[in-house]
Ligand binder design. Structure first.
Ligand code: NAP
Ligand code: G4F
Length: 343
């Protein structure tokens, strides 16, 4: 492979994937949508902004996608771009569908027409499994999407499988469980927790407000997961793979451990305002619950079984939950101490 085209390059996974591809000596061309100032903070933080070629590509414009692919004829397309925040998809279901679902149909059509030898990776998600499953979810688990985001991603997943079966495209779908890092967007619960606790440690008075503390996720480390994407596109057969750690924790457990990493011993209790987390030493409320951060439908429990990725791709997650939380807290504490702007 010589040239990779990465949509969503300005996001968390886009930055880590670009880094990995550059390490493999691949030319990386990233799609950015029009903006007066493209968000290249993550690429800068990894020190690779100058090594990546950015090209304007709006996924809502089929002609734009086709023109880019016809000109570039990349060896591989990684489609990471998405309206990726589940909570926002309840407010903007149609926009979410256009970006996450319809745009994927345009991408696949453009590849079929302009460069059918190009390999394709679709960023699918464990959210497609939804709820109601006993035990860990794998490639054979039925889907039950619980948000407009999950429904849109399920369409894109099935389109990827269809283009593989109908036209013989090398189209892989990675069903990835949650993966986090210091470059995670600040609206997602893990980074919201680590960033706000770092701010509290630095003097912020307002507590951290969260929604559903009981939700459980299988949280891995993003750089481990982009390695899995790379292995999928290099595998001779285009297939569907689950990537996960196989261990899950609740939001409450993540927050308790993050608080410990920030220097607080949290005790949970409830008062008239709801459940809260207090610093045992001072009795101060550091975490409160706020229904504004709860969703009309939530996925309560996700845990993945990545044994197929292990046996076929020799992939497994290598970073523990404890190490992930520690890295995220220390990165946020360090950024604040340096006065660096948060990505
Ligand atoms: P992210 O940080 O939210 O990044 C999303 C990217 O999509 C950004 O670069 C964003 O560009 C771009 N984008 C959004 N709308 C676009 C449009 N209309 N045209 C062009 N680009 C657009 O997401 P992530 O965490 O890196 O996740 C990468 C992909 O994996 C997403 O598809 C997500 O749904 C999926 N996924 C993520 C996880 C996870 O746990 N992280 C798990 C499973 C699946 P701007 O910078 O301009 O906003
Ligand atoms: O961090 P979250 O917003 O991630 P969620 O919904 O699991 O989605 C992420 O992972 C998916 C893979 O499974 C990706 F496909 C998707 O693009 C995204 O990257 O929320 C995690 C859990 C939820 O149950 C949510 O209700 O945390 C709960 N939560 C509790 N309080 C909160 C909050 N979530 C957010 N964002 N903010 C809160 O204050």
């Amino acid at each position: 492979m010589k040239t990779a085209f990465v949509t969503g390059i300005t996001g968390q996974d886009g930055a880590y994937l670009a880094n990995l591809l550059l390490e493999h000596g691949i030319r990386v061309v990233g799609a950015v949508r029009r903006s007066s100032s493209p968000q290249v903070g993550r690429l800068e933080e990894l020190g690779i902004a100058h090594r990546v070629e950015l090209i304007g590509c709006e996924l809502l414009e089929a002609s734009n996608i086709r023109a880019v692919l016809r000109g570039l004829r990349p060896d591989v397309v990684f489609n990471l771009a998405a309206q990726s925040f589940v909570g926002a998809s309840f407010e903007q279901p149609v926009y979410t569908t256009h970006v996450n679902a319809i745009a994927v149909a345009h991408l696949l059509e453009a590849i079929r027409e302009c460069c059918p030898e190009t390999r394709f990776y679709q960023a699918s998600t464990s959210e497609m499994f939804g709820h109601g499953h006993v035990g860990a979810q794998n490639e054979d688990t039925p889907f039950h999407p619980r948000s407009p985001y999950a429904v849109s991603k399920l369409y894109a997943h099935w389109m990827t499988v269809n283009y593989r079966e109908a036209y013989g495209l090398h189209a892989a779908s990675g069903i990835l469980f949650n993966h986090e890092s210091p470059l995670r967007g600040r609206e997602f619960v893990t980074r919201k927790i680590t960033h706000t606790l770092a701010q509290i440690r630095a003097g912020r008075e307002e507590p951290l407000a969260l929604g559903n503390l009981d939700a459980k996720r299988d949280w891995g480390y993003a750089p481990d997961f982009v390695e899995g994407m790379w292995r999928m596109v290099n595998h001779p057969q285009p297939e569907t793979f689950v990537l996960a750690t196989g261990v899950c924790h609740s939001v409450r457990e993540f927050a308790t451990l993050a608080a410990r990493c920030a220097g607080y011993d949290l005790a949970w209790d409830s008062d008239e305002a709801g459940e809260c987390g207090r610093d045992r030493a001072s009795g101060r409320k550091l975490i409160v619950t706020d229904p504004r951060f709860s969703r009309p439908n939530d996925v309560h429990h996700l845990i993945g079984d990545a044994s197929r990725a292990k046996s076929v791709l020799d992939w497994s997650a290598t970073t523990t939950f404890e190490s992930l939380v520690e890295r995220m807290v220390s990165a946020d504490v360090d950024r604040l101490a340096r006065g660096a702007s948060a990505v």
